[in-house]
Design a protein around this ligand. Structure first.
Ligand code: NDP
Length: 291
């Protein structure tokens, strides 16, 4: 058996196409959705992510403004930029690209972004709404993209044993909350670095979400035949045959495709879904702010 590949690029474009009529309606009212992205320092991966976000904005007809700050910038100066964007009525979405330099308190920066413009969905207020079962607001983009991937693949989540590996604020924890919500109805296990017998727990799972950050960590033989496998990880591994000197791989051994029923590839799986959900959040924030 070979798994069905979940093509995040194609599914992401479907989401973006569905946004077009809402963007046209906003423009007809004289409102152009506008995303501002703040990037600090010169981390190469962050620059690639920000560039991909700008390209998606161009595709969707969303204005994008990029604010580049030096890696030596002070926390106070980042806060001033965020506050300026908060009060700029022409800006509807604000994203501060992670990671920030270690000297900067990332939570403080995120919680300074207006919750109405928090298109990454990481503000305490937006995460609080999610915990209370409200999925109508600005949801974190990667978990929301995974949920959309499951929905567009007609995957029935109700009653399934879902295993989320990773408990981060941006992926593992919010996706586990979403999967357990009424209406989604999975039975969720959250695994982390202290979990024992992970291989056995994996074998019980109908749905595995791997958000670990370790190349090809989940082995093919850990995957129950026919399981849905969503690979969130983006890992750079050395590859002297490539011009760049590295290749991207996920947290799941690609051999798992022989066992799984469905699998999301890396690259081309969760990454494009995350960007499509960022576009969706920007449109939602614009609609809300222009009411
Ligand atoms: P974090 O480093 O914040 O979290 C990693 C999680 O994995 C932690 O909860 C950690 O456990 C757990 N973990 C680490 N080692 C093990 C282990 N041996 N066994 C079980 N669990 C383990 O990472 P993120 O959640 O931010 O990101 C995870 C991956 O997803 C990364 O590769 C990242 O690049 C990628 N990513 C991809 C996105 C996309 O759009 N495709 C978006 C965001 C992230 P503990 O809590 O105990 O430390």
């Amino acid at each position: 058996m070979s798994a069905i590949t979940l093509d995040g690029r194609e599914l992401g474009r479907t989401i973006e196409k569905d946004l077009m009529s809402r963007i046209d309606d906003l423009k007809a009212k004289g409102v152009s959705p506008h995303l501002a992205v703040v990037i600090v320092g010169d981390d190469p991966a962050s620059h690639v992510y920000v560039r991909n976000k700008e390209i998606a904005c161009n595709r969707c007809g969303i204005i994008s403004t990029r604010i580049d700050l030096d890696s030596t910038v002070s926390e106070q100066d980042i806060l001033k930029v965020v506050e300026r964007l908060n009060s700029d009525e022409s800006v509807h979405g604000i994203l501060v690209q992670s990671p920030l330099p270690p000297s900067i308190d990332e939570s403080l920066i995120i919680d300074t972004i207006s919750p109405l413009k928090d298109v990454d969905g990481f503000h305490k207020m937006n995460l609080g709404n999610l915990v209370q079962g409200d999925r109508s607001g600005l949801l974190p983009c990667t978990p929301a993209g995974i949920m959309k991937m499951l929905e567009l693949s007609d995957y029935e989540t109700s009653g399934k044993n879902a295993l989320v590996i990773g408990r981060s604020r941006i992926v593992g924890m919010p996706i586990s909350i979403l999967l357990a919500q009424k209406g989604i109805d999975s039975t969720v296990t959250v695994a982390h670095s202290r979990t024992k017998n992970l291989a056995d727990i994996c074998l019980q799972a109908d749905l595995i979400i791997a958000a670990i950050g370790r190349a090809e960590f989940v082995k093919s033989e850990w995957v129950k035949p026919g399981a849905m496998v969503i690979d969130v990880g983006i890992n750079r591994v050395p590859d002297p045959t490539r011009k760049s000197g590295f290749r991207l791989t996920g947290d799941v051994d690609p051999e798992a495709a022989k066992n799984a029923g469905w699998i999301s590839p890396v690259p081309g799986g969760v990454g494009p879904m995350t960007i499509a959900m960022l576009m969706s959040n920007t449109v939602l924030a614009t609609e809300f702010l222009s009411r």
